[in-house]
Design a protein around this ligand. Sequence first.
Ligand code: F0G
Length: 482
Amino acid sequence: MSPDAPPLPLEPFRIKAVERLHLPTREEREKALARAGLNLFNLTSEEVFIDLLTDSGTSAMSDRQWAALMTGDESYAGSRNFVEFERTVQDLTGFPFVIPTHQGRAAEHLLMSALLHPGETVPNNMHFDTTQAHVLRQGARPLNLAIPEAYDPQVDHPFKGNMDVPRLEELLRSNRKNVPLVMMTLTNNTGGGQPASLENLRAISAVCRAQKVPFYLDMCRWAENAYFIREREHGQEGRSIREIGRECFGLADGATMSAKKDGLVNIGGFVATRDAALVPRLKETLITFEGFPTYGGLARRDLAAMAVGLLEATDLDYLEHRIGQVRYLASLLDAEGIPYVHPPGGHGLYLDAHRFLPHLSASELPGQSLVVEIYREGAVRTCEVGGVMFGSEKPAPGTPPPLELVRLAIPRRVYTASHLHYVAETLKAVWRRRASIGGLRIIEAPERLRHFLAKFGPSPKRVSTTGSTTITRGKARSRANM
Ligand code: F0G
């Protein structure tokens, strides 16, 4: 570790309940990989030692949240838990209308089906996979307008989640009628968990208000975004997370939320808006697909836990530890020069698979290959965010190739610094044998959201970039086992 490495992240909590973990043997891991078709979504949790697949719904709830569960008033209509939950979201965001859903994508479903029409374009800094799927499902076109720095993993920029405002202005100037809403994802999950600045949100808001286009936030990780604003943006250092949040929400017309992230719950979400005219349309879809508006597909006790979690996620000690964990893990990799997206993100560290496995072409799925090798090495489960998740057999003309990343998402309040050391050692072992790692290909996959259901196999025999060796998958594996 370098002398200016970040300090050991000190847990601002102590452990009250524990869950046993088992480290599967190498043989068990090989069997699991074969059974799973090399897709880690198909593993059982018992086949995994450290699970960095996602930070979504994987948080440890606090004693206060568990206590809140016991206060569940399971009335179908008008539960007091809904009233508390609604008040909490109104206080945090300033949005008057709050509609609970069972998770974030259900909120996206409600909003997109109310606002979008076929042929329209939805700009976002970068769409997350489910957001993109909901735009496509309405026959509309998702358009990513992140700043150019977002596409270069090596560039250090404090707000890589920003939107390119001149491009947004140009789009609205030339084609306003075709844009039903503008969205911003806080933080930019697809681009490395990177934040957007308050200045950028102000500029987008001004453009949207001038053109009368609704502006919505995907607020899954808004508290982490506010932490970065407080840390990095001039004049923001003295403000609380909630104050910064209120200003961000004040710039928008509404938001979708997966509370499985910065709501610190295992299930839950909502859509919130200031647009009274939109509410009946949202509620109609809600009742058809989710449930009555005072429970939205959740048990009422889940609303109670969410109301507590939404507030706990704004605690500075908690956020310092959380973002400190990501930075600490990054610092453990620096000694070996393992390439990741700079700067480290809010909810996870994203490895740069093209730089990690430069001998593999994009068609050999270096991200997925790396995910498999990290599991094979140490039973650490990670997630590809690249050509498998965002690529397509038939990309639209002019679509830039997606970043090829492997996300190490850190669940909230779950793992200790020792676990992070174990992860770093696993990654170092993979890094040292990287030259022997072969590529993969998709054997079967559905058209949309294919990363969840695809099966993979070794890519065909190929000549390495040095031109001197032919590496087959079999050889790569036997060397890895030495
Ligand atoms: N928006 C963003 C930015 C997300 O990261 C997610 C979920 C959603 C919307 C959908 O929310 O899962 O509650 O339906 N992200 C998870 C992840 C799945 O692993 O990043 P959901």
